[in-house]
Design a protein around this ligand. Sequence first.
Ligand code: SF4
Length: 481
Amino acid sequence: MHDDRLKEECGVFGIFNNDSTDSGRIAYYGLFSLQHRGQESCGIAVIDDTIVKQYKDMGLVPEVFNDEILDKLTGKIAIGHVRYSTAGGSIRQNAQPLVSKYLKGALGISHNGNLTNAYELRAKFESEGFIFQTSIDSEVIANIIARQRVTNPSIENAVSEMMNIVKGSYSLVVMSPRKLIGCRDPHGFRPLVLGKTKNSYVFSSETCSLDAVGAKFIRDVEPGEIVVIDDNGVTSIKTHCKKFKPSICIFEYIYFARPDTYIDGISVYEARKNIGRQLAKEHPVQGDIVIGVPDSGIAAAIGYSEESNIPYGIGLVKNKYVGRTFISPTQEKRENGVKVKLNVLKESVKGKKVIMVDDSIVRGTTIKQLVKLLKEAGAKEIHMRVSSPPFMWPCYYGTDIPSTKDLIACKYSVEEITKVSNLDSLGYLSLDKLDIITGSKCNYCDACFSGNYPAEIPDYSNEEEENNEVEIHKSAKFTLC
Ligand code: SF4
């Protein structure tokens, strides 16, 4: 939403269509409801037996596609992708799905996640003479699947072999001439669900897009599971399941996912409200109104209000039409940008002690601006409550967290952040209270808050941590997906 935010990672969608050939259009609606996961580029690829059609470009889903394009994207199987990347990698050729032609025909993949051994794998393939067309690690995955398919009896076997080779986070939809495959890495960092319309099957990053295409939720794809859809129905391969403790990204619940989504059986909206209730218990304060920073702070603010009996109100109004063209890379523009994206509802806050709930503080620039705007609008006091613990560590599993030198919690104590942000008080959710999100129903990754990485991290991380300058992407001319 604003630039002092972690960026959504990517969203994937796939359909095996037994009801019509309008698969591209269904993928369009699926991607439209995953738009919050990536706003830089998007694409759809459709396969009908041997014919592959694809369309992808920079921009939002409704900017890239129109009726004329969608009319041409007909076929039995479609996959789609919305993408966010680091700035350098935000180019058209890195847009997904990736479609390749090889010995066995066509192969399409859409990927959400980030491989931790992509650099080594790419270097190895390049030394063997392989040419890469993009700078995304998803192409490494496509390359391995294609190589493995040549010596394996089926595409699902090739996907399984790929899972023995790559490390890190990936939720994938893979399309071959006759099959649609969904798979999730053995840690299950990123979500992936399976749904069904009348006779057709759908994979999506989030359940909200199943609703958008009229599909019924069947189940989450399990960490490590390969789900294969073809004319014979659904097959599940669980060779890679239960190899590790599941580690769904806890930040999916706090910020990434839409509130109307369920992840691993847990409502994102309820999870956020529970965090708000917990914040009210941990950090009570006298106030006149509780407001949420749109969008992901809203549900937590409602929870805080319910627990504290302080009325909830709308204090900030978001301009919902700010698209990728508004992305402002410099600090100065970033600060000005907040004013355009969020405006204060003066009637709500004037003369009041305001409790403002947001999902996180990254660099701290947005908070300073919001406090300034609220005070200019007449707020008497501003008490900030944050529905996550302080960000202290980089993410190697697909979230674009800035380097530690830019994370405000790495530079300042809570008291200092309160002071530099001109807040009257500040309270974060405690690390040991993250459990209330999942209600202890599932294990999760909280490494960016705790430093406890549930899976191997790339070698370059040690050197960077020693220097206390973690450039997570310098690695690799790779971009996140
Ligand atoms: Fe999510 Fe943080 Fe773990 Fe990355 S390190 S997967 S952002 S919880």
